[in-house]
Design a protein around this ligand. Structure first.
Ligand code: ADP
Ligand code: MG
Length: 722
C-alpha cells in the first residue's frame, strides 16, 4: 500500500551502513574454511596423501581404501571449525545449488553417541532427489540418484546462522550413471577436451604434454535494491524482476554511476562478501559500479573451470545471503528493470597446461604462435559449426530480455578477433603467410606474424564471443545462470574441433609435408570454410543482423523458444555423443527440463501480472478516479475542464489495461499444445506480448495517478534512494 511505500522510503533514508569490519589480513584468512591439499598433506599418512593427490591431478576415482582415512581427517578438521553437520553439495539442472545435510552424530547400541563420518559417506551419498528436474531420466531408470565426491573440488565449511556445515562438492547421477546435474558433463567435457588437445599437441611435436585443463574467470553483474522496497514489490519477490514500473526521469544517461565512487553501504557489503569468499579460497579480485544505477560487478581471478564453476555458484549464494544481512536484496536476474542495462556474466575461458602454458596465449615467440594459431583456429571452426549450440546454452526466459536488446550481444553468435589477429587469419586465408625462399614456412610465415599486444585496446563490447588477449570471453551468458552449461559447450566444441584439426594435420604430415606448412594448410581450410563467423564490426547494427543471416548464413535465434530446440538437432546429438559428454538420452532430458523451466517462468510471471494489475494497480487507479470525480463535482461551478480531461484519460487507461488483463487471462487458459516446442512458441509469441501490453497501460497510469495514491515503490525510489 501507499503507507508501506512511504514507510519504506523513510526506513531506507534512516538506514546506517553496518559498521565496517577491520579488513582481515588476506594471508590470515585465505582459504581458512577450505580443506586444502596442503591441510591434507599435513594430517594424512604419506601414502594416503599421495594416492589422493594423484586422483586430484588425474581426476580419477578415489581409491576406496584411502577414503576412510581421508574422511576421518576431514571430519576432525570440520569439527575443529565447529561443524556438526556435513552436506553433499550438488548442482541440479536448475541454476541453483542443492545440498542435503546429515549430522556426524551416530547413535551406539548402548544409547551413547559419537561423531562419525566414514569413507563411504564421504565418497557417496544418496539424497532423495526425486523432486529435482530430470527430464524423465530417473523415471525410466531408477527412483533415486546418488552423489559422489568430486575430489578435484575441495571440501569446505560454510558458516550460516544455523551453524557450521562441512560441504562436499559432488556429482549427482542416477543409479545407471546418467548425469542428473551440471557438474558431471563439465567434468566429462574437460576430459574430452584434454584428450583432443593432447593429441594435437603431440602432433605439433611435443613429447611431454601435461593434462590440459580449461580455465574460467566469470564476471558477475548484479543489482542491489533496499530490502524495504523489494519487500513491497511482489514481482521482485517472486520473479526477481519488475513486471511493472515506469522508468524514472533519469536513467543511466549521465553515466554518473558507472565506475563512480561505490556508495558506503555497498562498499561495506562488498567487503563482507569478499572476506567470506577469501575464507572459501575464492580469489575475488575486481569490484566496481556497473552501467545502470544500483548495478555492480564482482569478478574473481580465473581458476580451473571445474573449481571456478563451483566457486561461481558460491559467489551467487554469498551475494544473496550477505545482501540480506546488509538490508539489500541482491538481484541476479538478467533484466530486473526496464529502461536501464541488464546484467550478464562474461565467461572468460581458455585452455592450457603446465608444460605448454596457456594455449590461447599468442605469446611472443613464433614457435608458440603456431600452437596458438592452431588452437585459435579450432575455436573459430567450433563456434561457426556449433554457434547455435552456444546460443542454446544461454537460452532462458530471463536472458531473452537482454540478448539482442542493444545492451548485450545480439543473439547471433559471431567471433571477434581484434584487428591484428583478424589480419593474420586473413593472410592465412589468402595463403600469403608463406614463402619458401627463406627456408620454409616456419621461418618466414611465422616471422611476419606480429607480436600480439596482450590487452588490445580495440575491445568490441558488442560481440558475443570475443578474443581478449589470451582467452575468449563469452558475453551472452546470463547473470543468474550457472557457468557450467556454457563451459561444457565451449569445451565440447573445442574437443570436436581439435579432433578434426588433428585428423587433417595427421593426413598432411603423412604426405611428408613439413610441420608449419601442414599447420597453415589446415588453418587455410578452417578459414575457407568458417571465416563467415568472424566479425569485428558493430554487433548491434541492423546492417549486421541482415548481413549475418542473409550473406553469411549465421542463425539468428532470437528467443529461447527458437534456441532451445537446437538441443534436439541431430548434429548436436552426434556432437555430444561422439565427444562423450552427454548421451542422447541425457541431452534430451536437458531439453525437456529447460523447456519446462522456460514455460513455467513465463506462466508464473503472467499469473503475477494479472494479479498485480487487478489487485494493486487497478484499485489505486480507481481511487484516483474517484478523487477526480469528487473534485470535478466540487468545482463544477468554476467551469474548468482540466480535471474532466484527466479523469477521461485515466478511465481510458484503466479500461485498456483491464481489457488486456482479460485477454491475458484467456490466453493463459489454453493448455492444449501439440508439442513442447509449440507451447514455448505460444509463451513467446502470445503470452509475453500480452504481458507487455498490460504493463504499457499500467506504466502509463503510474504517470497519471497522484503519487500519494501509488501503491508500489517506484523505479526512482528503488534505483536512486540510497
Ligand atoms: P574486463 O571487464 O575488462 O573484461 P575483468 O578484469 O573484469 O576484465 O575480468 C577478466 C576476467 O578474465 C577475470 O576473471 C580474469 O581472471 C579472467 N581471465 C584472465 N585470463 C584468463 C584465462 N587465461 N582464462 C580464463 N580467464 C581468464
Ligand atoms: Mg569482460
Amino acid at each position: 500500500s501507499h503507507e508501506l511505500r512511504v514507510k519504506a522510503i523513510s526506513q531506507v533514508t534512516d538506514r546506517v551502513p553496518l559498521p565496517p569490519k577491520v579488513p582481515a589480513r588476506l594471508e590470515a584468512i585465505w582459504a581458512s574454511d577450505v580443506f586444502t591439499l596442503s591441510k591434507m598433506q599435513a594430517c594424512l599418512p604419506k601414502d594416503v596423501f599421495k594416492s589422493l593427490q594423484s586422483t586430484v591431478k588425474t581426476g580419477g576415482k578415489l581409491d576406496v581404501s584411502v577414503a576412510g582415512v581421508v574422511a576421518a581427517a576431514m571430519k576432525d578438521w570440520a569439527i575443529s571449525k565447529g561443524a556438526l553437520y556435513y552436506a553433499h553439495v550438488f548442482y541440479p539442472l536448475t541454476n541453483a545449488t542443492a545440498e542435503k545435510h546429515d549430522g556426524f552424530i551416530s547413535v551406539q547400541s548402548d544409547g551413547s553417541v559419537i561423531s562419525e563420518f566414514t569413507g563411504k559417506v564421504l565418497v557417496q551419498g544418496e539424497p532423495d532427489g526425486s523432486s529435482f528436474p530430470n527430464g524423465g531420466l530417473r523415471a525410466t531408470n531408477a527412483a533415486r540418484g546418488y552423489t559422489a565426491w568430486d575430489v578435484t573440488s575441495p571440501a569446505y565449511v560454510m558458516e550460516t546462522d544455523n551453524g557450521v556445515t562441512l560441504c562436499i562438492p559432488t556429482v549427482f547421477v542416477s543409479w545407471t550413471g546418467e548425469a542428473l546435474d551440471k557438474k558431471t558433463p563439465l567434468l566429462r567435457s574437460i576430459a574430452a577436451m584434454n584428450k583432443a588437445a593432447t593429441r594435437a599437441l603431440k602432433l605439433l611435436g611435443y613429447t611431454e604434454v601435461a593434462p590440459v585443463n580449461s580455465s574460467c574467470g566469470a564476471e558477475q553483474e548484479y543489482f542491489l535494491v533496499d530490502a524495504h522496497f523489494a519487500h513491497n514489490r511482489p514481482d521482485l519477490l517472486l520473479t526477481g524482476r519488475t513486471l511493472f514500473g515506469k522508468p524514472a526521469a533519469k536513467g543511466q544517461q549521465f553515466d554518473d554511476h558507472y565506475f563512480g565512487a561505490i556508495p558506503e553501504r555497498v562498499q561495506v557489503f562488498m567487503q563482507d562478501v569478499e572476506e567470506k569468499l577469501y575464507r572459501l579460497g575464492i580469489p575475488a579480485k575486481t569490484r566496481h559500479n556497473e552501467v545502470a544505477p544500483g548495478q555492480f560487478e564482482i569478478a574473481p581471478f580465473f581458476e580451473a573451470a571445474n573449481v571456478a564453476s563451483d566457486h561461481q555458484q558460491l559467489i551467487m549464494t554469498i551475494l544473496k545471503t550477505t545482501a540480506k544481512k546488509h538490508g539489500f536484496m541482491c538481484l541476479l536476474h538478467e533484466k530486473p528493470f526496464a529502461g536501464v542495462n541488464g546484467s550478464g556474466k562474461h565467461v572468460n575461458w581458455s585452455v592450457g597446461n603446465p608444460t605448454q602454458g596457456n594455449l590461447l596465449d599468442p605469446g611472443d615467440t613464433p614457435h608458440k604462435n603456431l600452437q596458438f594459431l592452431l588452437f585459435c583456429g579450432a575455436v573459430i571452426r567450433g563456434v561457426h559449426t556449433y554457434g547455435s549450440l552456444l546460443r542454446a546454452v544461454v537460452a532462458t526466459a530471463s536472458n531473452d530480455h537482454r540478448l539482442g536488446a542493444n545492451e548485450a550481444p545480439p543473439a547471433i553468435i559471431s567471433v571477434y578477433l581484434g584487428t591484428q589477429l583478424e589480419e593474420v587469419f586473413e593472410q592465412i586465408a589468402k595463403g600469403e603467410v608463406k614463402d619458401s625462399t627463406h627456408g620454409g614456412m616456419m621461418d618466414l610465415g611465422v616471422d611476419t606474424l606480429p607480436i600480439f599486444a596482450k590487452d588490445p585496446g580495440d575491445r568490441n563490447r558488442t560481440s558475443p564471443f570475443a578474443f581478449t588477449g589470451n582467452r575468449f570471453e563469452f558475453r551472452a551468458v546470463g547473470s543468474g545462470q550457472s557457468v557450467s552449461g556454457p563451459l561444457v559447450a565451449m569445451n565440447t566444441i573445442l574437443a570436436d574441433s581439435l579432433s578434426w584439426v588433428s585428423d587433417q594435420l595427421e593426413a598432411e604430415l603423412a604426405k611428408g609435408t613439413e610441420l608449419s606448412a601442414a599447420v597453415f594448410t589446415v588453418l587455410k581450410e578452417v578459414m575457407d570454410k568458417h571465416s563467415a563467423v568472424i566479425f569485428g564490426g558493430d554487433g548491434y547494427s541492423e546492417e549486421w543482423h541482415r548481413m549475418a543471416v542473409e550473406e553469411r548464413g549465421l542463425p539468428n535465434l532470437r528467443t529461447t523458444a527458437d534456441a532451445l530446440p537446437v538441443l534436439k538437432d541431430k548434429a548436436i546429438e552426434d556432437l555430444f555423443e561422439k565427444v562423450g559428454v552427454l548421451t542422447p538420452v541425457e541431452l534430451e532430458s536437458r531439453f525437456d527440463v529447460y523447456a519446462e523451466q522456460y514455460i513455467q517462468s513465463i506462466e508464473v510471471e503472467a499469473k503475477l501480472v494479472v494479479t498485480m494489475a487487478k489487485t494493486i494497480i487497478y484499485p489505486a487507479a480507481v481511487r484516483y478516479l474517484t478523487d477526480l470525480a469528487t473534485s470535478i463535482s466540487a468545482i463544477s461551478g468554476i467551469g474548468l475542464t482540466l480535471e474532466k480531461d484527466t479523469a477521461e484519460k485515466v478511465a481510458a487507461l484503466i479500461q485498456s489495461m483491464m481489457d488486456n488483463v482479460s485477454k491475458l487471462s484467456t490466453a493463459m487458459s489454453q493448455h492444449d499444445f501439440e508439442s513442447v516446442e509449440a507451447h514455448m512458441q505460444y509463451c513467446s509469441q502470445t503470452i509475453r506480448p500480452l504481458m507487455d501490453k498490460v504493463r504499457e497501460y499500467a506504466d502509463a497510469l503510474e504517470g497519471e495517478v497522484a503519487d500519494d495514491l501509488w501503491p508500489m515503490p517506484t523505479y526512482q525510489e528503488m534505483l536512486f534512494v540510497k
